[in-house]
Design a protein around this ligand. Structure first.
Ligand code: ZN
Ligand code: ZN
Length: 351
């Protein structure tokens, strides 16, 4: 009898939540890496799938292996493939350890892989695109952990000057009057590996268009486990969603023993269908594939499979079809936990 081949690679989870694509993988204790291509950011790199290489920035939440295991590889591959120096945004307390890790690889590889380490203090910001900033804030976990918000700053005419003719505004400006103020638009919040904390309702998280968050435990009896591992339990998510204004919340870091169908019906029960409909699971391959196919049909496109497109057919990156440069992220975007809809089993508690 022939030996069994290794388990099939399920690829990355993928959702299109206009204007953002969310692609990645996140299973409790195994690996979390979540990319938002529109922002050039990947949050955490527990592993480094090829799809994450083009991200110019990675925001590391904390040093647990399931969030940082792929970081050195990402730096090295970006350099190797001529994609430029990787920018690593991280909590300041773990920056020295990250530096030591990367220097350890330099010794092992006998070559110097460049990287740009950007340690942030809580409330520290870094501009990642024109007028788009990443801001760090502290979370509470078994290791020093930060969450991140991505905000856009827009210059807006101060209320008292609205309606004035352009010549008047130009005149005021030339006299040195500050006629504009900065408006902050919270775009995306990343809240991974934490117990419930007040930071979850801070303005730039509560009002973020998209929240990417962990929820490791779903069983009513698992609240104690969530507390010990310092993770979120679904009951925390329910409370959070009563005040969070996000258009969409994408949950990851679900433990393999969670049955997604039961988790979803619990959310509908606790929140009502309308609110629960805003919640998605990154690794819910079946539901995410169906939604994307509906989106394609609504856009007048046919979800016909393309060569190499994996389970997701044309996949999320069809805009770049034919663009042969760089590591094409289209392969295996079918994503999806255990494959056919939610049968997560026996799980870890680490991470
Ligand atoms: Zn984790
Ligand atoms: Zn962790």
């Amino acid at each position: 009898m022939l030996p069994k081949p290794p388990p099939r690679d399920n690829g990355l989870g993928f959702l299109f939540l206009p204007p953002y694509r969310v692609a990645g993988t996140s299973v409790a204790g195994e690996a979390t890496s979540i990319m938002v291509p529109e922002l050039d950011v990947t949050f955490d790199l527990g592993i480094c799938p090829r799809a994450m290489l083009p991200s110019k920035y990675v925001c590391i939440s904390h040093g647990h292996m399931d969030h940082i295991g792929g970081l050195a590889y990402w730096c090295s591959q970006r350099y190797f493939q001529g994609m430029g120096v990787g920018n690593i945004i991280c909590p300041e307390p773990i920056a020295p350890a990250i530096q030591r890790m990367l220097e350890g690889y330099n010794d092992l590889e006998r070559q110097k892989t460049p990287y740009n380490l950007i340690p942030l203090k809580p409330e520290g910001t870094h501009e990642i695109k024109n007028n788009v900033f990443v801001r760090a804030f502290a979370l509470e976990h078994t290791a020093p952990t930060f969450g991140y918000s991505v905000i856009e700053r827009r210059s807006k005419l101060k209320d008292e000057f609205v309606g004035l003719p352009q010549e008047k505004l130009t005149e005021l400006k030339s006299q040195g009057t500050e006629i504009t103020r900065w408006l902050e638009i919270p775009l995306v919040a990343y809240v991974y590996d934490t117990v419930p904390v007040p930071a979850m309702v801070r303005e730039d998280v509560r009002k973020a268009q998209l929240i990417l968050c962990e929820c490791t435990f779903f069983e009513p009896g698992d609240r104690a486990r969530a507390k010990v591992g310092m993770h979120l339990h679904v009951s925390d998510i329910v409370e959070w969603l009563k005040v969070a204004e996000c258009q969409a919340m994408v949950i990851g870091h679900v433990s393999r023993r969670t049955n997604l169908a039961i988790a979803k019906s619990f959310l509908v029960q606790a929140l009502g269908k309308e609110k629960a409909d805003r919640v998605h699971f990154l690794m819910d391959g079946k539901a995410n594939k169906e939604r994307f196919e509906r989106q394609l049909l609504d856009a007048g496109e046919h979800p016909t499979p393309v060569r190499g497109g994996g389970k997701f057919g044309a996949g999320p990156f069809r805009g770049r079809q034919g663009d042969a440069r760089g590591p094409g992220p289209a392969r295996g975007m079918g994503g999806g936990g255990s494959g056919s809809g939610g049968g997560y089993r026996s799980g870890p508690t680490r991470g």
